[in-house]
Design a protein around this ligand. Structure first.
Ligand SMILES: [Zn+2]
Length: 91
């Protein structure tokens, strides 16, 4: 898997890859609130983690893609647009 700075759940641009060689960044995604290496650790099982992201992503979409952090989202931010990028990237 190629390490990107994208949040695997919501596709937000993070400051570092959330996971690199099995080690988490311990960053919290300001967009969806995922704490990498904590709630998504899944006992180190990458496949379980992938399903966890899919499940949580659906919940985030269903709840209207809210911005998680108390700090403001980047100008022009759109959760919907992010999901469209994610869908485009996964094809
Ligand atoms: Zn996120």
């Amino acid at each position: 898997m190629i390490a990107t700075n994208k949040c695997p759940l919501c596709y937000f641009d993070l400051s570092a890859p959330p996971w690199l060689n099995g080690t988490a960044s311990h960053e919290i995604c300001p967009c969806c609130g995922t704490h990498f290496g904590y709630e998504d650790s899944c006992g180190g099982d990458e496949q379980a983690r992938a399903s966890w992201y899919i499940e949580r992503r659906q919940k985030w979409i269903d709840s209207g893609m809210p911005w998680w952090s108390t700090s403001k989202p980047p100008e022009g931010w759109s959760g919907e647009q992010q999901i469209l990028y994610l869908i485009a990237a996964s094809h």
